[in-house]
Ligand binder design. Structure first.
Ligand code: ADP
Ligand code: MG
Length: 254
C-alpha cells in the first residue's frame, strides 16, 4: 500500500444534511455535518444507536446522497454525480466491511473476495492472484476453497476485509465490524485494522463501543445527527485492556 499523504482530504463534508420523509414527519438523520476525512487517517465514528452513523457511512460509500450540503471526493461534489458515476465510485474507490459480513454463501472464500473485480476487465487468473494476495494479508491463505459456512465468525469477517481490500480502495469503511464477533475474534479484526493503518490505509470505523473507538487515532461523536465532538486520540494502549470484548459479550448473553 502507498504511504499516506497526511492532511490530504479524501472526503470533505460541507453543511451536510440527510432527511428521510416518514409519513407526516421527517427524520433528520444528519444535520449540519462539517468534517474532513484525511488520507492515511484512522477515524472512529462513535454514537448511540440511531444517531446517524450508518447514514454517514452510506454517504461516504456512495450508497446514499445528502439532502443538503456538499460532499467533495477527489475534488468533485459527489451529490451531483450521475447514478452511473456513483456506481463506478462505489465499486472502485471504497471497501465496505459490514457487521453481518455479507458474504455470498454459495461462493468459496476466494470467489467471494474477487467479486469486486468482476466489474473490471481483469481476467480470472489475475483476479485469483489478487484475491490470494489479500487473503494472505488477513491470514487466510489456507482457506481459499472453504465455503463461508465452514468458517468461524472472525474468519468470515477477515474474508470480508480481504474483499474490501482487493480493489485497493482509497478508503475502507467498516460499520460495526466487531458487532457480531466474540471478544477474541474482535481483537483479531482490530489488530488487522491497526496493521492496515500502519501500512497507510485510510480507515473509517463506525462503532457504539468505546473500547473499539479507542483503537482509532481520531474520534468523531455523532448524536442525533450532529457531530458533537471531533478530536484526536493518543495511540491506543493495546493488549491489556478489554477491547470491544466486554460489550460484545454483554450483548450476546443479553
Ligand atoms: P445509526 O447507524 O447510528 O444507528 P442510522 O444512520 O442508521 O443510525 O439512522 C439514523 C436515523 O435515521 C434513525 O433515526 C433511523 O431510524 C433513520 N433512518 C435511517 N435510514 C432510514 C431510511 N431509509 N428511512 C427512514 N429513516 C431512516
Ligand atoms: Mg448503524
Amino acid at each position: 500500500m502507498n504511504k499516506p499523504h497526511h492532511d490530504q482530504p479524501v472526503f470533505c463534508f460541507h453543511d451536510v444534511a440527510k432527511r428521510y420523509p416518514m409519513g407526516q414527519t421527517v427524520v433528520h438523520a444528519l444535520r449540519d455535518v462539517n468534517m474532513e476525512v484525511r488520507e492515511g487517517e484512522y477515524l472512529a465514528v462513535l454514537g448511540p444507536s440511531g444517531s446517524g452513523k450508518s447514514t454517514l457511512m452510506h454517504i461516504m460509500g456512495f450508497m446514499d446522497q445528502p439532502t443538503d450540503g456538499r460532499v467533495v471526493f477527489e475534488g468533485r461534489d459527489v451529490g451531483r454525480a450521475s447514478p452511473r458515476r456513483r456506481a463506478m465510485l462505489r465499486r472502485t474507490k471504497v471497501g465496505f466491511v459490514f457487521q453481518a459480513f455479507n458474504l455470498l454463501p454459495k461462493l468459496s472464500v476466494v470467489d467471494n473476495v474477487l467479486v469486486p473485480l468482476i466489474y473490471q476487465n481483469i481476467g480470472r487468473r489475475e483476479s485469483v492472484r489478487r484475491a490470494r494476495r489479500v487473503l494472505e494479508m488477513v491470514g487466510l491463505e489456507d482457506r481459499l476453497g472453504h465455503m463461508p459456512g465452514q468458517l468461524s465468525g472472525g474468519q468470515r469477517q477477515r474474508v470480508a476485509i480481504a474483499r474490501a481490500l482487493v480493489n485497493q480502495p482509497r478508503i475502507i469503511l467498516a460499520d460495526e465490524p466487531t458487532g457480531n464477533l466474540d471478544s477474541q475474534s474482535a481483537a483479531m479484526v482490530l489488530e488487522l485494522f491497526d496493521r492496515l493503518h500502519e501500512d497507510g490505509a485510510t480507515l473509517v470505523l463506525v462503532t457504539h463501543d468505546e473500547g473499539v473507538a479507542r483503537r482509532a487515532r481520531r474520534r468523531v461523536v455523532v448524536r442525533d445527527g450532529r457531530v458533537t465532538e471531533d478530536s484526536d486520540q493518543p495511540e491506543a494502549a493495546t493488549g491489556n485492556e478489554p477491547v470491544g470484548a466486554a460489550a460484545s459479550e454483554g450483548r450476546a448473553s443479553a
